[in-house]
Structure formats: C-alpha cells, structure tokens
Ligand binder design. Structure first.
Ligand SMILES: Cc1cc2nc3c(=O)[nH]c(=O)nc-3n(C[C@H](O)[C@H](O)[C@H](O)COP(=O)(O)OP(=O)(O)OC[C@H]3O[C@@H](n4cnc5c(N)ncnc54)[C@H](O)[C@@H]3O)c2cc1C
Length: 382
C-alpha cells in the first residue's frame, strides 16, 4: 500500500514537529514519523532555553512544561575561581523536554498533520518529481522530504560525546545554573548543573575524546547524590550546515546544524529553522517551484548566521586554551562591570553580547594574558 502526502517529515522531535505544525497550518498534507514509540522519549535534552526565544517563534511552553526559572549562572574556572551572572532579567527557564515535544505533537495534530510513532523512515528515493520512502511497513510518496532526524544526520565534525544524569542532592542550588570549565577534564566543553526542582538537577559532562560517563562520575565524586536516570547522547557544536537542502531534500533543526556551537543549545534555533522551512516548503509545493527553498536558508541565516560565526570563533579560541589560560582570562575579565553588562543581554545571542560587553579594551586585556600568539590573533579577529 502506498500513501501520499505533500510533505514527509522524518523525525518527530522539536524540529520535525514544529515544521509539521507550521506546514499543516499553511494547508499542506504532512506526515511526521518518529521511530520511537513515544514522542519525547527517551528524553536527552536538558531543556534550558530562553522564554523570549520561544515566544519570538510562536512556541511558548504550556505552564506545566516549565520545571524551573533560572535566577543566575555561575561559571567556575579550573582552579576554582568563579563569577556569577544575574539571569533574572534574561527569562531563562528549564523545560520538561519530553512534555514540550508532546505539546508540539498535539499542536501539529490539531493543525491537521498526521503524527505517527514507532515508525522508522527508510532512505528516501527520488522518483521523477516525487520522493518515496518506507515509513515502518508503509510506502509513502511525497512531493518533498524533510530530514529532521537530528544528530544522526548532522555534519559529523563537531559531535562530542556527552553523558547526562538526572540526580537528587541537597547541595543543588534550586535556581542557579553552574558551568565548570576544565580543559583537561572536559576538552572543548564543560560540566554542567541545571536545576529543575528542589534538590534536583540535570548534570552532564562532554568533551573531545573523553569518556563522558567517567568524566561525569569524577565530577560528582565526593558529592552526596542519587541518580534518577542516566542518558548518553552526543551533542553537536559544529555550526550550521553549508546547505539546508541536499539532493532536493530539506534539512531542519540539528540535521541542518541549527545549534549554538558554544553551549550546544538547539531548541530555539531549531524551532526558528522549522518555522522558516515550513513557510518556504509550502510555497515551493504550492507553486511547484523548488528553487524557493533557498529562501528558507537565507531567512534563518539573516537571523542567526552572524551570531553562529561569532560562537564558532569563540569556540575555536576556547578549544585552544589551556587551564592556565582559562584561569588568567577569568582574572582579567570577570569584573563587576562585565558581569553587570552580561546580566542585561540576550541569552540567545550570548557570543555577540560577550564580545560587546568586553569591548576592544576587554579583548586586549584577554589577548594579553593568554600564552599562544595564535590564540591571541583568534581573539582579536574581526
Ligand atoms: C545531553 C543534551 C543536552 C541538551 N541540552 C539542551 C538544552 O538545555 N537547551 C537546548 O536548547 N538544547 C539542548 N540540547 C540540544 C537539543 O536537544 C537539540 O538541539 C534539539 O533537540 C534538536 O532538535 P531536532 O528535532 O533537530 O533533533 P532531535 O531532538 O535529535 O530529534 C531527532 C528525532 O528524529 C528521530 N529519528 C532519527 N532517525 C529517524 C528515522 N530514520 N526515522 C524516524 N525518526 C528518526 C529521533 O528518534 C529523534 O526523535 C541538548 C542536547 C543533548 C544531547
């Protein structure tokens, strides 16, 4: 049996569901297929996101999906220095990510999309102007194929192994996100604590070439805690894909690399991608003119490319820093003035905000304290 739709979406997580929802609202017939039996499960993501970003793209979470509101972020240096940024004005929340995806699935279905779970989508094959793929046991024919399968299809470079536990412990600060930098333990990334309720947190560790579970166990060593659940999931920090359409197929969300290279946060940027992609995909299908798909990428890039490039530049500098560089940078820049400026910025554009807050004087101060000349020029680039 063959079923026909205007658009077939592979992957029923936030990007695929937001795409399906928007495309169905625009009148397209859409099937979104998720390989797991339950939307949102197994839950990998920590759900740290700015409410402002979600509202900007029309995806405010239902109140019961919000687990916590963050009041400050504390960044720790390798030698134990730290600085705290007041985040109360940044409107950062922690979502129950599984519940958020279920909310998106309900919205897609109420807009008319068909949401199917427990169905793996096979490799799509182009046949003339149509595309065909196996969706579970059924053959599906569509005018357009959308790949929202996440890290499986992200460009390989830029994937870091990560481990995450949900834990209970009485040392967890209820509204404070903590980030621990250490170039030896978490090369190219960090360990994190994201509280999601009283005495509860999502904690994680990631880094190039590390065993993330060992890194996380050693981070937690000496702390009193009990594990609620453990997850292993790669994070992506490689920046946007060069093209959001490949072989006539559309990539959205993490498949398209729509993820912040600094923090691996991708909820808001993936929703933004899905919303823009749905608009231009529907126009393309309606007019039979698939050259219009290029406008999706232009629209997403006009909002995010500058920031993503700045994030990649900061990442590159960060990856080149030793622990002593990191400590020196902390002493050079963690001034009350900088911390105050950071508390008044936009969480989703934190790289530009950081460079703006540092200014030329601050950057010169940073460049002075790092050891390598290559790193100094990276910092002063642009
Ligand atoms: C440990 C961890 C913590 C994170 N924390 C945060 C955070 O705090 N804040 C934030 O903004 N972002 C965070 N992220 C990133 C965020 O989860 C992703 O950027 C976001 O989920 C991307 O959404 P997506 O829909 O593109 O891909 P995914 O969420 O990866 O979803 C892809 C979906 O496709 C399905 N799939 C794959 N192949 C097929 C197939 N062939 N057929 C059918 N279905 C298929 C998968 O089962 C999955 O459901 C985190 C990621 C990880 C791993």
């Amino acid at each position: 049996m063959t079923e026909s739709f205007d658009i077939l979406v592979a992957g029923g997580s936030i990007a695929g569901l937001a795409f399906a929802s928007e495309a169905a609202a625009r009148g397209a017939s859409v099937l979104v297929a998720e390989e797991h039996e339950e939307i949102g499960e197994p839950e990998k993501c920590d759900g740290l996101v700015s409410m402002r970003g979600l509202i900007r793209y029309g995806y405010p979470p239902d109140p019961e999906v919000v687990q916590n509101k963050i009041s400050s972020a504390v960044i720790h240096s390798p030698s134990g220095r730290h600085f705290a940024v007041n985040a109360s004005a940044l409107d950062v929340v922690v979502l129950d990510r599984s519940a958020f995806d279920k909310q998106a699935a309900a919205r897609a279905a109420s807009n008319g999309a068909v949401v199917r779970t427990g169905c793996r989508v096979g490799r799509p094959v182009r046949k003339g102007s149509a595309v065909e793929a196996a969706v579970g046991d059924v053959e599906v024919k569509a005018k357009l194929y959308v790949d929202a399968t996440g890290p499986a299809s992200s460009p390989r470079q830029g994937i870091l192994p990560a481990a995450k536990y949900e834990i209970e412990g009485n040392w967890i600060k209820e509204h404070v996100v903590e980030v621990f930098l250490d170039a030896a333990k978490y090369p190219g990334f960090f360990a994190w604590v994201i509280p999601y309720g009283k005495n509860r947190a999502k904690v994680g560790a990631a880094g190039h070439g590390v065993s993330p579970f060992k890194a996380l166990d050693s981070f937690l060593d000496g702390k009193d805690y009990s594990v609620i659940r453990k997850v292993s999931a790669p994070i992506y920090v490689g920046g946007p894909a060069p093209s959001f359409t490949v072989g006539g197929h559309v990539l959205v969300g993490e498949s398209a690399g729509q993820v912040k290279p600094t923090t691996a946060g991708g909820i808001m940027t993936s929703i933004a991608g899905a919303v823009a992609a749905a608009k231009w995909a529907c126009e393309s299908v309606r007019k039979g003119d698939y050259s219009l798909l290029g406008r999706y990428q232009r629209e997403w890039e006009s909002a995010f490319l500058k920031e993503m490039k700045t994030m990649l530049r900061l990442r590159s500098a960060f990856e080149n820093m030793s622990n002593s560089d990191l400590d020196s940078v902390f002493s050079a820049v963690a001034t009350p003035k900088l911390v105050m400026k950071l508390s008044q910025t936009d969480f989703d554009f934190h790289a530009s905000a950081l460079l703006g807050a540092l200014g030329v004087t601050g950057l010169l101060r940073v460049a002075k304290v790092v050891a390598s000349a290559e790193l100094r020029s990276l910092l002063m680039e642009g």
